[in-house]
Design a protein around this ligand. Sequence first.
Ligand SMILES: [Zn+2]
Length: 294
Amino acid sequence: MKNFLKLHKNKILSGGLLFLAALMALTGLYVWNLEHKPELQIYFFDVGQGDSIFIEAKDGTQILIDGGPTNKILPLLGGVMPFYDHSIDVVILTHPHADHVSGLMEVLKRYNVEMIFESGASYHTAEAKEFESMVIEKNIKKIIIDRPVKLSFFKNAALNFLFPDKSFEGQVLKNVHDSALISELDFEGKKILFMSDAEKNLERYLLQKGALEDIDVLKVGHHGSKTSSTADFLKIVKPEYAVISASDRNRYGHPHPDVLSRLSAIGAQIFRTDINGTIILNINNGRLTLQKEK
Ligand SMILES: [Zn+2]
């Protein structure tokens, strides 16, 4: 018995030392990573047919825009967040369609979310209703975007919400894309426009309002559908890079060849999650670069 106990104790001790060594190695790796981390990173995750964009600043601020259609978001987030990090500062639900909201439910189960930004538009599907119940159940602070607001974080970084500029709270819309949260990230003179699934009517509205400007990167509206990214819109925003989030051989035919040619016509370099996998945008010392998984 005694011998057994001793052996057992030794096992625990060596196990403990191993664990400690592993922890030290991981911490060292993390510190090394942090030192070499760009000031701002944006991951356009390859979630299949949907959208999920993760913004992380060097100070640890994390913002997640949509969660894609499935739980695929969890290993993707797990791959870029430190293993001990279980919280996300801001989650943005651009609109309650399944290809944007379903993965967010998995995120709410796994992570502590500080606050959620949404339009508040009502939507009839089971997943949209379940998401709203989870937000209430978990007592997450909900911020309804109903006017242009600016979310300031790390250094001079700002996420500017361009739309909605009016309240959709509780409203049932014929096309819920018309309530999509559209935002522009501004950091060190670089501008990235997240169009969600906004269609040409919203593009026209923002153009007429004078809310759009010359940007660097466009997250192309509605997965490259031909109902978005009109020539008039592209002429004003003039992105150097265009990121399209869609799945390989999807049933909607996204991205549409017309959109691809309109983007090429203005000289935008196109990145696609269906071809390139997850796309990583880095901004460091005022320099913007894009990397692709494949
Ligand atoms: Zn969508």
